[in-house]
Design a protein around this ligand. Structure first.
Ligand SMILES: [Zn+2]
Length: 478
């Protein structure tokens, strides 16, 4: 937590930076880029999400790197409630250390499924022209290259992110799909980016390293899967509420960074909403820190600097959908005089498509988890089931993993693993389904957060009550 203390200390003085002396532009930008950058310098805000103190309970995702806040300066003029990223004209609100949908208690013995993982994608034009979201795997050159083994996971989580945008759009009668850069076969294009050692140590350093390689196109939002463990996620945001297509979010480069522990669709969707312009300070339920107060909602949590009281308006199954009530940042067809008709609406982003023309490209593996008994304590027993659909081939086996550790190989249907003696902690479960030709498809990650049993010196005071629901599972997207 040293890093976080440093981070908050940085915020205290109400500094106003001198634009004349502090701004500088990278020399590899074209004239248009410089112009846009200049405009941005005064208007745009890149945001970083909030630190662990934003949450009422301690988070398992607190900053692990004391340099996580390196290169961030409070800058009210440029960034509002946010930081300017030194050597750029981008702003950020800090790191999103725990997604609001994570760690939410559920009833015991309830079948919980991950967001469905359609291996389907919008195949839009040539896959490259126009405004696009570019996915990239990023590692420093002194780390092992895990591109090949990460590719399936990254593509799947990106597709699941797309689904979050689309099911949320369907709540207001429309469709929205992410306009990814895709290859000739309509697979999501995932660049393999190598940056110098230590350039993963902060959001700023990673952005500078990408810019140095030319990844600063104003018609791209870069979705960076960084092979590091500094943040959960962090993103840039443009501070512009104009409802029209010339809103700056449509015109400038954006960056979202997810580190490996948060390569999951809820985290990715959260950061992408930031990049696409949510949640503006003027929104009806804004926190003033780029999030919202009307739970449940993928963008809502009590954040820095005001730590507002949350309002529980939408049901828990909205926890991984966008915009509870569709009145703050995402509505496909807002009423003429409503806030979203007169202010920036992420559903109007030119990085999203209103078309619904999906092509299925791969088999689907869905994971389900069931706890055995009510009041599960560690060690506990959890049954994990894999369902495979959209597969035309013969299934040979399913492998179950906890992180990189192989738990079980099941060669007969139904494919399941009864996991006994599960230890406390966070378990990242995946399944790989192989056909008889050796081809395989991978499930999304199912996150199990299993708390410790109460310690022997536990006392019964109100604030030390044992956990009522001992198994914590991630989002539900029906
Ligand atoms: Zn955030």
């Amino acid at each position: 937590m040293t890093g976080y203390k440093k981070f908050t200390t940085l915020r205290q003085p109400a500094l106003h930076h001198d634009f004349g002396s502090n701004h500088h532009f990278s020399s590899d930008k074209g004239l248009i880029g410089q112009f846009l950058t200049c405009m941005l310098g005064f208007v745009a805000v890149l945001l970083l999400a909030t630190p662990a103190q934003a949450h009422s309970a301690p988070t398992p995702y607190g900053p692990t790197n004391p340099f996580a806040s390196e290169g961030l300066i409070p800058d009210n003029l440029l960034c509002g409630e946010g930081y300017r990223i030194v050597d750029t004209d981008l702003c950020t609100h800090g790191s999103d250390d725990l997604m609001p949908s994570r760690g939410r208690p559920i009833d015991d013995d309830v079948l919980v499924n991950q967001p469905l993982m359609p291996k389907a994608i919008l195949c839009d034009g040539d896959g490259r022209s126009g405004k696009r979201v570019q996915v990239m795997y990023v590692r420093t050159e002194d780390r092992a290259d895990r591109y090949a083994q990460s590719l399936a996971t990254i593509r799947m989580e990106a597709m699941a992110t797309d689904k979050i945008f689309n099911v949320s759009a369907q709540e207001t009668g429309g469709y929205r799909h992410i306009r990814f850069v895709t290859d000739a076969r309509c697979h999501i294009d995932v660049l393999n980016i190598v940056i110098p050692p230590a350039m993963n140590a902060s959001f700023r350093a990673t952005i500078l390293a990408l810019k140095a390689q030319g990844y600063d196109r104003p018609d791209r939002k870069y979705l960076m899967f960084v092979d590091a463990d500094v943040y959960c996620g962090m993103a840039t945001v443009v501070n512009d509420t104009k409802p029209s297509a010339d809103n700056l979010t449509n015109l400038v480069t954006g960056y979202a960074r997810m580190d490996s522990r948060c390569w999951q669709s809820d985290s990715i969707a959260h950061e992408l909403v930031h990049v696409l312009g949510g949640v503006q300070f003027s929104a009806p339920h804004a926190t003033g820190g780029w999030h919202c107060v009307d739970q449940f909602d993928l963008m809502c949590y009590s954040d820095e600097p005001y730590y507002p009281v949350m309002q529980h308006i939408c049901p828990a199954n909205q926890a991984n959908r966008l915009d509870c009530g569709h009145d703050d940042y995402y509505h496909t067809d807002p009423q003429p005089d409503s806030y979203l008709a007169t202010h920036w609406n992420v559903a109007n982003s030119e990085y999203l498509s209103p078309l619904e023309a999906l092509e299925v490209v791969e088999p689907i593996v869905n994971l389900f988890a069931r706890t055995g008994d009510p009041g599960v304590m560690t060690p506990s027993t959890i049954t994990i089931t894999a369902q495979i659909s959209n597969s035309e081939s013969i299934l040979a086996k399913v492998e179950f993993y906890d992180g990189p550790t192989l738990l079980e190989v099941d060669t007969t249907s139904p494919y399941l693993y009864t996991w006994q003696g599960v230890t406390s902690g966070t378990h990242m479960i995946t399944a790989k389904a192989y056909d008889d030709m050796g081809e395989f498809a991978t499930s999304s990650i199912l996150t199990l957060i299993v708390p410790k049993a109460p310690s022997p010196d536990f006392n019964n005071s109100e604030d030390k009550k044992p956990l009522v629901s001992q198994l914590y599972l991630p989002l539900i997207l029906q």
